[in-house]
Design a protein around this ligand. Structure first.
Ligand code: SAM
Length: 329
């Protein structure tokens, strides 16, 4: 098992396979998109597989594929198929915006993918367009139906933003009455990709939960899974449940079991750090698996205690304004 310098087990890798995205969520990237990475800057599938296999050998047993939008990378299913066969990997999951996902759901199920995180900030088509700058609401809802039809657990991730979608909180909670989905409300973070001023949040997890509790006073705290980043709640009579992720308040760092690899192969041991190791360079320098494992261990033995320390230590303010798509959300 991998243990960091603060005694926390590390068993969860979030692997970003691209920075490209087919939506332009205003809180994630500018309208014109990012300065997209070239193919050679991205980790190749062989490299993604090699580093995953090494980390699984070291104790990682859960991998989440993310991006950018994973489904815009060609032949994603091939990578998923190879990853799903890794010995020692107990859970392979994906975070997707759902625009291109529906046709692949049957295959995801066949590969043993049991749960998918679907990003959806509103149930209103016009607001969806205003937030994402793309007219794809129907495609995302179709993906939601397909996932449920195939018995895949769905967590809906909703970023809560003052003046943009707070009127969607209660309708999204209402969705859990008839659908067996977990709706998780996430605090907005500064990773917006265009360096525009981020002056904190008006809706933190306490305010979000107050809003829900006012409508549903019978809300009951549910048991949170170990290492959960969300505080979860049940509402009597609802098939699904709700949760809140204090991504900006950072209340869950004490049990953080996750590391990230960005699309260019930068290892982040905290979402708020500016990268601690370039794994792609190690791979391309011709290092052996043993050599790479050693540098990975060194990085994990130097982990910050929490996201606040990571933010203070980050060498450039630019890293905090990077797009989530470039980090791997
Ligand atoms: N394209 C995939 C998707 O939309 O789920 C995966 C990548 S996306 C960057 C992952 C998650 O990060 C999404 O749920 C998105 O809403 C969230 N995200 C992006 N920018 C964010 C920000 N500034 N604050 C909070 N969450 C953010």
């Amino acid at each position: 098992m991998l243990i960091d310098n603060h005694g926390r087990p590390i068993n969860y890798l979030r692997l970003a396979v691209t920075d490209r995205c087919n939506l332009r969520c205003f809180y994630c990237m500018p309208e014109e998109g990012l300065n997209w990475l070239s193919r050679t800057e991205l980790l190749s599938y062989e490299e993604l597989l090699r580093i995953s296999s090494m980390l699984v050998g070291m104790g990682v047993n859960k991998i989440r594929i993310t991006g950018g939008e994973p489904f815009v990378r060609r032949d994603l299913m091939e990578l998923l198929s190879s990853l799903s066969a890794l010995n020692g990997l107990d859970e392979l999951t994906i975070t997707t915006n759902g625009v291109l996902t529906a046709p692949y759901v049957c295959e995801l199920k066949r590969l043993g993918i049991r749960s998918v995180n679907l990003s959806l900030d509103t149930l209103d088509a016009a607001r969806f367009f205003a937030i994402t700058r793309r007219d794809e609401f129907a495609a995302v809802m179709h993906t939601l139906q397909e996932l449920l039809k195939h018995g895949i657990d769905v967590k809906i991730n909703t970023v809560v933003m003052q003046g943009k979608n707070t009127q969607d909180i209660l309708p999204l909670v209402e969705l859990t009455r008839e659908l067996p989905v977990s709706v998780r409300f996430i605090e907005e973070m500064p990773f917006n990709g265009d360096g525009h001023q981020f002056s904190g949040i008006a809706w933190d997890y306490v305010r979000i939960m107050d809003e829900i509790r006012q409508r549903h006073p019978q809300l009951k705290k549910a048991a949170d899974e170990p290492f959960s980043t969300s505080y979860n709640y049940n509402i009597p009579g609802h098939k699904g449940n709700v949760g809140v992720i204090a991504a900006y308040s950072r209340t869950f760092c004490g049990t953080c079991n996750r590391i990230r690899i960005t699309p260019t192969g930068i290892l982040k041991t905290c979402l708020y750090d500016d990268g601690v190791l370039n794994v792609r360079d190690q791979l391309r320098m011709g290092d052996s698996d043993e050599q790479i494992k050693q540098v990975l261990l060194q990085a994990l033995n130097n982990r910050v205690v929490d996201g606040h320390e990571a933010e203070r230590r980050a060498k450039s303010a630019a890293s905090i304004h990077q797009s989530m798509a470039a980090i791997g959300g």
